[in-house]
Design a protein around this ligand. Structure first.
Ligand code: GRF
Length: 200
């Protein structure tokens, strides 16, 4: 079976991108990275992708002044040029239109730093602490037009500590993200949607 060509979209450090790319170094992995694309030219993940020999692209959203369709048309051109089959959003911080999402229906994943459907949107760690949660976690889901609401493909859970700050909680969650996303993606890449659940 040919390995499915996978584009990973980032906006910053790309630690989840690195975790996915490292997992795909295994020649038996059903997918392989074909592109790392960022909406920010200063994203640290771009250099990390280049170090790993992965093609990169930048589509700077600031050049499109809020014209989402024009921005997404440029992103699509880069994805098509790389003959992309699957898309992993990994710390990608732009809202995508329903038209773009529909084009990738069933072929695009995202990782969100909460136990969805709890805490969709931003500032999830602070909100989990404010809510007095005893556990926190992350979710890998298929992307649909409703934000952070697609079918859940995997979740990882960590305990919340009494002295946790949002940053401490985020830092303790990140290694679980780096375990969860590759585990889910290996299944997803062969059409297996059996959910993955990880506990620390
Ligand atoms: C992580 O919290 C991830 O859950 C969210 O973006 C944050 C940064 O991810 N999607 P990364 O380190 O850029 O992969």
């Amino acid at each position: 079976m040919t390995r499915r060509r996978t584009a990973i979209l980032i906006s910053g450090g790309g630690s989840n991108m690195v975790a996915l790319a490292r997992d795909m170094v295994d020649p038996d992995h059903p997918a392989r990275p074909c592109l790392v694309l960022s909406n920010r030219p200063d994203a640290g993940g771009l250099a990390r992708a280049e170090e790993m020999g992965i093609a990169t692209a930048v589509v700077d959203h600031r050049n499109f002044k809020g014209d989402r369709p024009a921005f997404e048309a440029e992103v699509t051109r880069a994805l098509e040029a790389a003959e992309t089959d699957l898309v992993c959003l990994a710390g990608f911080m732009r809202i995508l239109t329903a038209e773009f999402i529909d084009r990738w229906a069933g072929r695009m994943l995202n990782i969100h730093p909460s136990i969805l459907p709890l805490f969709p949107g931003l500032h999830t760690h602070a909100r989990a602490l404010e809510a007095g949660m005893a556990i926190h976690g992350c979710t890998v889901h298929e992307v649909i037009s409703d934000l952070d609401a697609g079918p859940i493909l995997g979740q990882a859970v960590i305990p919340v500590r009494q002295d946790d700050t949002p940053d401490a909680l985020a830092a303790r969650l990140l290694p679980m993200e780096h375990r969860l996303y590759p585990a889910v993606f290996r299944r997803f890449a062969i059409g297996d949607r059996t959910p993955v659940s990880l506990t620390s």
